[in-house]
Ligand binder design. Sequence first.
Ligand code: SAH
Length: 352
Amino acid sequence: MEQQKTDIKSMNLKELAAYIEELGEKSFRAKQIYQWLHVKQVSSFDEMTNISRSLIEKLKEQCTLICLRQELVQISKQDGTRKYLFALSDGNVIESVLMRYKHGNSVCISSQVGCRMGCRFCASTLDGLVRGLTPSEMLDQIYQIGKDIGERISNVVVMGTGEPMDNFENLVKFIELLTDENGLNISQRNLTVSTCGIVPRMRELAEKKLQITLALSLHASNQEKRKVLMPVANKYEIHEVVDACRYYFEQTGRRVTFEYSLVAGVNDTNDDARELSELVGDMNCHINLIPVNPIKERDYKQPDSGAILAFKNKLEKNGINVTIRREMGRDIDGACGQLRKRYADSSVSARG
Ligand code: SAH
């Protein structure tokens, strides 16, 4: 069997330096190569013009240079949001989204191919998990989009398909590479990682004392309701999850964001708003209300705009910081996993 090649784009500078030395080369070459990979973002070793031919040949022999291939891009006529479908080298496809704001360009990346968390309203999880993404595959979503629009990406959110805490080691490496001053150098404060609430990993992340924002997908005001929407709640009780968020704040000083997808008749009542206030009201936090994006496989509906506003007002009266997330890219399968799912379904039916 052919030996697995080294994923050179997933190495940090220290690892790369050790590796280059192992090849019998001077370690300062590592910095040059790292720049080609993460700053100039070349798509082949041949483009590394200040590297000797012999070293390039060695790298070609031993390493893969992970570059995603753009399969499809859909551009929203409403707000310029771009949804990308990228092909990985093993033939899997993932999706990423570019959102353009006044304050800069934000990219939402996938962390896994599919997902095994089973949240009831989410399209990404319908076909289960295929595999976690490598650090290089997470990074390259941002690199490719930056190249495509020819502009700097200033913000990154790990809120696409997948559960980042279910791919923890690769996530941590990705964060290190993305925020490295020798690479793209995105500020930790401009990076948000969203989780459905895998408590031990949230605590582990807290202990790293990074300055990134943690977002928790809460979606319910009590344990009973959360269990109905999110199977992960069977494993981690709602208070345990919220306590992990408190711990994150204690360790990092970073205000936690709670995401709450509003579903008509399920979690949008006055009582829900009251219970939610009691659950997190004493915390330094921010609640993001997201009117649920209906998927055809489930019968969940958005509350009407009056009910959404009433919910928001009730939280505000209780002194909670809250915003309603502006929907972007609704006309281009904006919701998590919708585009990939539609693509997979259509290629299956085309074949069969
Ligand atoms: N697994 C992580 C990150 C990916 S999901 C997590 O659970 O946080 C990103 C966010 O989109 C989560 O808050 C998720 O619950 C929400 N989401 C997924 N599908 C949605 C839909 N159809 N409508 C509204 N929000 C949705």
